[in-house]
Design a binder for this molecule. Sequence first.
Ligand code: GDP
Length: 195
Amino acid sequence: MVIKNVSLDIVCGITSVLPENERPELAFAGKSNVGKSSLINALMNRKGLARTSSQPGKTQTINFYNINDALYLVDLPGYGYAKVAKSEKEKWGKLIERYLHGSKQLKAVFLLIDIRHNPSENDKIMYNWIVHNGYNPIIIATKLDKIKRSQVQKHIKMIKEGLQVLDETLVLPFSAQTKQGREEIWNLMERLMEE
Ligand code: GDP
């Protein structure tokens, strides 16, 4: 897709009403620091629009990025911050649950996993949660540039086994540094938008 214009249209907090909209939505989930903002910025060709979890003041919101008035990239809040209090985690869970359960325009959910590591307990919970809500998560294995090319298939297998994914599950490797995988992800997103 040729990116003509992008804007952060909607920021949805714990107490907000989720927006009703006509455009297809594609959502992105993953633990903090997995590279979600970097991926979203790379997909949009924008350097600093999506904010990274390391930036102070990043709040637990669902952010809707409008691409060409044609679709929304939906940035779900990152999980796995040890510092966050239990009550906050519960609110966070409700926010995501409400979105996954309630969105009428959500076409697919991408779950980001660091290609170097075995999926964590939280990753497994998130994966199963997405499945439970009726979506077959598409895995994006992030930080591809951090491992040797000869190791890629082994790591993809490790992620599939760790999450115990369904057979047809796609695992797409991606690097925000080299942009490797960007085209493949966009090709898939364009197909999903039409569904
Ligand atoms: P978020 O918390 O999931 O939004 O993660 P960020 O996008 O903020 O990334 C967390 C850290 O990982 C930052 O220091 C990024 O520069 C780094 N990072 C993200 N993606 C990549 C990547 O593909 N390759 C490398 N080498 N570093 C990455």
